[in-house]
Structures are given as C-alpha cells and as structure tokens.
Design a protein around this ligand. Structure first.
Ligand code: NAD
Ligand code: ZN
Length: 342
C-alpha cells in the first residue's frame, strides 16, 4: 500500500510503498477514505524537539481518519466489511486501574496512533476493535474524518457546564473553533474568542462566536464591558498553549470560574497563584477524548443540529501531501483534509 512515512530522523515525510498491515484476532482493518492533518503531524513532519524525543522512525503518521472496514479478526463481532468507521487514536492498556474502572481516557500507558504505532496516512490502517467507532449512515464524511480533534473540542467544551454561562475561548485553531461552536450549541450566553490571526477570527464568527478579539489590540476587560458582563467569564477553554493567553484568561475569570486546559505550551508558564486562590478558580487539564462518552456526545450533537463544517477550509489528494501540510501550517486555514481514495 501507499503510506506517508517518516523514514528517518530529520524533516520531511515521503510517500512510500510499504507492506499492507496484518491484523490480529481483535483488530479491524480499515480502508482509509479521508484524513485530517493535526498539529501533531506538523511537529513530526518538521522534526521539532518534541518529535525528536518522541518518534521512532520508520513510522506511518496520521491519526484523524474515516474509512470503511475491509476485514476483521476472528474475535471481532461488532464490525463488518463495508462499515463506515473512525478510530479513537489513543490505544490504552486495558489493564491498569483506570482502564479496568472504565476511565480509559486516564490510562497512563496510552499509545498514540501515528505517534507510537503506525497511523492512518495510508491506504489501510489497523486498530483494536475497542478503538473503532461506527458512524451513522449518511454522516458527512469530511466531518467524520475529524472526529478525533472534534472530540478534543467536545471533551474540553463539556468539561464544565456552559448552559447560561459566559465562555472565553483562547486560541481559534481548528479545535478552539469547534469548541466555540459546541459551547453555543450547549447553551452558553456569550462565547468570546480571543485569537491574533484575522482569518481565524473571521472563521470563529462563522462558527457561532458572539464576539472575537485580537489580544494584541484589545484587552479582554474592555470586551467584557462592551458586552455588559459584570462578573467575568464563568468558563474558559485554553486552546492556544500560549502563556499570555492563559494569564489573560485567569485575570478575566469570574470568582468560582473554571478553566479547561487543552493547549500544550512549549515551555513552563509562571502564573499568579494568588489570583487563582482568591478567585477560587478550578483549572483542569484535558487530554484526548473520553472513551466513549465524548464520541457519543459528538454524534448526538451533530444529529441535533451542531454544524462544524465551516472549520474545514482545504481539501487535497494524498498525492499532494506537501501542499496539504503547507496549507495546514499557514495561518489562513482551519482544518485541512487529505483524500485517500484517488
Ligand atoms: P493551533 O496551533 O492551530 O491553534 C492555536 C491557536 O492559538 C492559533 O490559531 C494561534 O494563532 C492562537 N494563539 C496564539 N497566541 C495566542 C494568544 N496570545 N491568545 C489567543 N490565541 C493565541 O492548534 P489546534 O490544533 O487548534 O490545537 C489547539 C491546542 O491544543 C494546541 O496547543 C495543541 O497542541 C493542543 N492539543 C492538545 C490536545 C490534548 O489532548 N490536550 C490534543 C490536540 C491538540
Ligand atoms: Zn490503562
């Protein structure tokens, strides 16, 4: 099969012919139809310090996909050839305390698809059956292809109740954009999106943000005053990994507010702990998706009218992977899709 491979240490990815994957008795083999490019894929492609210490080449990259089942292992009863599926990219151990208690998102031994095992930027991918998610017939395949980052957005946006609350979203990358839409859908009053990139601010308004702000130009306290807010934000989603964004969120929270933290900083961040203590804030780290409550909620929210389609801004054939990666790296993009059917 053809696959996008990190063949050795250093920048770049190459389209290679590699052996078709083999399945074990508990596995599902999927013919990949469409994939999404994630920031993680960009880190691996450019071979930054994180990739250098994390990735062992050769590795097929990619973890956001939709495809059709072609073959199942002898133990697998719930999936059949032809089923339209996506995969949960975190393969957990199944044996630790949390896994056994059904809290698989808390597993400390998670292996990432396209990070610690061969991934989905290929004609075929395999996963344990416990990592495969059935889509309902008729789902938009591009939306199905990005269930993994959509799941990050939903897990973060539902970490705290947003019904009737005022929400701050720091960072309008693809995940922040989807989280803004989820917060509106889930009943937030104001959803203010802070983002320096003008393309992404415009996209945030299309996704349902009630206001957008360029944090370099305007202070969030001013935005609060313009909106008639008096208490501060009840809930914030930190989706930038940026130190100034996190500090800005903390100083604009209402007493008793909650911050769901998904963004991954590249260095340590110093915080004014007094502000956290005296405002009695809750800060909660979010990693991945809840298996499979988040997947259930994604499905139900799409079926009840949530529209995340505007986040998809670019489409390429897998053969044009260099152009696709360039588009994902450029600021003027939301989610970039590669098609593997051609
Ligand atoms: P992204 O890099 O596309 O988006 C981040 C956005 O933050 C960018 O648009 C950037 O312009 C913006 N930003 C930069 N400085 C800012 C500031 N001071 N204030 C407000 N916004 C600012 O990333 P993404 O794919 O949308 O992912 C969001 C974050 O979540 C990233 O940090 C990513 O690494 C992380 N992530 C975490 C998980 C997890 O499971 N915890 C999973 C996927 C991604
Ligand atoms: Zn485990």
């Amino acid at each position: 099969m053809l696959a996008l491979v990190k063949t050795g240490p250093g920048p770049g990815l190459s389209l290679e012919t590699v052996p078709d994957p083999r399945i074990g008795i508990n596995d599902v083999l999927v013919r990949v139809r469409k994939t999404g490019i994630c920031g993680t894929d960009l880190h691996i492609e450019s071979w930054d310090p994180w990739a250098e210490k994390t990735i062992v080449p050769p590795l097929i990259v990619g973890h956001e996909f939709v495809g059709r089942v072609v073959e199942v292992g002898s133990n697998v009863a719930d999936f059949r050839p032809g089923d339209l599926v996506s995969g949960e990219g975190h393969v957990v151990c199944g044996r630790c305390r949390h896994c056994l208690a059904g809290r698989r998102h808390l597993c400390a031994h998670t292996v990432g698809l396209g990070v610690g095992r061969d991934g989905a930027f290929a004609e075929f991918v395999t996963l344990p059956m416990t990592n495969v998610w059935h889509h309902w017939p008729g789902i938009d395949e591009e939306v199905a292809a990005i269930f993994d980052p959509f799941g990050n957005a939903v897990h973060t946006a539902l970490a705290f109740s947003v019904l009737g609350e005022d929400v701050l979203v720091s960072g309008a990358g693809p995940i922040g954009l989807m989280a803004a839409a989820v917060a509106r859908h889930a009943g937030a009053r104001f959803v203010v999106v802070s983002e320096p990139n003008p393309f992404r601010r415009a996209l945030a308004l299309r996704m349902g943000a009630t206001a957008v702000v360029d944090p370099r130009e305007q202070d969030l306290h001013e935005v609060q005053a313009e909106l008639g807010m008096v208490e501060g934000f009840d809930v914030a989603f930190e989706m930038s990994g940026n130190a100034a964004a996190l500090r800005g969120a903390i100083s604009n929270m209402a007493h008793g507010g909650s911050i769901a933290m998904l963004g991954i900083p590249t260095a340590e961040i110093a915080l004014d702990m007094n502000e956290i203590v005296f405002k009695m804030l809750t800060l909660r780290g979010i990693y991945g998706r809840e298996m499979y409550e988040t997947w259930y909620k994604m499905t139900v929210m799409l079926q009840s009218g949530l529209d995340i389609k505007p986040v998809i801004t670019h489409r390429f054939s897998f053969r044009d992977h260099e152009a696709a990666f360039a588009a994902a790296r450029a600021g003027a993009s939301g989610k970039v899709i590669m098609d593997w059917q051609a």
